[in-house]
Design a protein around this ligand. Structure first.
Ligand SMILES: C[S@@+](CC[C@H](N)C(=O)[O-])C[C@H]1O[C@@H](n2cnc3c(N)ncnc32)[C@H](O)[C@@H]1O
Length: 308
């Protein structure tokens, strides 16, 4: 029996930003174990609707059971970047609010099949969607040294990326790297003990982002969301690392602009339309008490904007 010990992060804050009307139509792209979706449903009247999706089949099946019988909840096992396609399937022209809580759930971190974490020795996989062709093990066992170093640097910002990639390529000639434990042992041969935990987090993050094309997915999601967010509707994003947060921040900043003409142009010629108004000048972060109760919350940043 699957146990859910995932605590939803910034629960009250995120849903306070999201909901502008009790009878509205809302979207969550990261259903997971239904923590945020449950709170959204609690705040909606019987006329409200929540469309929620998760790529992970375990999470989807768990939440389908959880919300069974609530006719307001429409659940999908789709990529959240397909927010516009899902709207079409549901004959929804515009949502009143769109929300994602990025990253991995505590269940995924601890699940022996997923291989998202170095804390347990599990299969090195990291795919949210089992239909994806390339797993983390494929990346470390078959990619060229330069490409491997590039991924670890670009998506993990790990300074020893070249050295780590070299070591991976040396050792995989002797034995394939199939488990998170084997990758961890290998990294511990290159990185001193005092930096090991941080380096491992960065390397695992880099592989996960690459395997799931997380940043490109986030960019398409944001672009598609603007098309199906009704005027006055809110888009709310919780991210867990600086690369994701930067994508959201830059997107909101661009969409918040009325004009992108060079400074020396006397009259506007760009035809840029402002589509969003930023409502969180600075990202909202969890209170100390939430971080004390839930370690996963410590890197969370929430940003919200309103469709105009
Ligand atoms: C942090 S968890 C969400 C937790 C959820 N809000 C809750 O309170 O239970 C992130 C979820 O997003 C899902 N996910 C990641 N990438 C996705 C994608 N591209 N499309 C849909 N779901 C995705 C993961 O499978 C995971 O269940």
């Amino acid at each position: 029996m699957m146990e859910n010990h995932h605590k939803p992060v910034l629960l009250r804050e995120s849903i306070d930003f999201l909901i502008t009307g009790k009878a509205g139509v809302y979207f969550e792209g990261t259903l997971g174990f239904g923590g945020h979706s449950e709170e959204i449903l609690k705040r909606l009247s019987p006329r409200g609707i929540l469309v929620s999706t998760d790529l992970d089949t375990n999470a989807f099946n768990f939440s389908r059971k959880k919300f069974e019988g609530d006719r307001r909840a429409k659940l999908y096992n789709f990529n959240y970047s397909l927010v516009d396609v899902i709207a079409k399937i549901e004959s929804i022209e515009f949502f009143d609010g769109i929300f994602v809580d990025l990253g991995v759930s505590s269940f995924q971190l601890d699940n022996s099949e997923a291989g998202f974490s170095y804390s347990a020795d599990t299969k090195l996989d990291m795919r949210f969607d089992e239909k994806l062709k390339i797993s983390a093990a494929d990346v470390v066992n078959t990619f060229e040294e330069n490409d491997l170093a590039g991924i670890i640097w670009k998506y993990g910002e790990e300074r020893k990326s070249k050295l780590i990639a070299r070591k991976i390529c040396e050792l995989r000639k002797i034995k394939k790297i199939n488990t998170t434990g084997e990758l961890k042992d290998l990294v511990s041969k290159v990185v001193p003990e005092r930096f090991l935990r941080k380096s491992l987090s960065r390397i695992f993050q880099a592989l996960r982002i690459y395997v799931n094309s997380e940043l490109d997915t986030l960019k398409s999601f944001l672009n598609n969301s603007v098309k199906v967010l009704g005027k006055g509707g809110r888009i709310v994003v919780i991210s867990y690392h600086s690369l994701e947060d930067r994508v959201v921040k830059e997107f909101f900043k661009y969409e918040n602009l009325k004009c992108v003409c060079p400074k020396d142009v006397p009259v506007c010629i760009c035809n840029k339309e402002q589509t969003l108004k930023i409502i969180t000048r600075k990202p909202v972060v969890p209170a100390n008490e939430e971080i004390r109760l839930n370690k996963r919350a410590r890197s969370a940043k929430l940003r919200a904007a309103e469709r105009i």
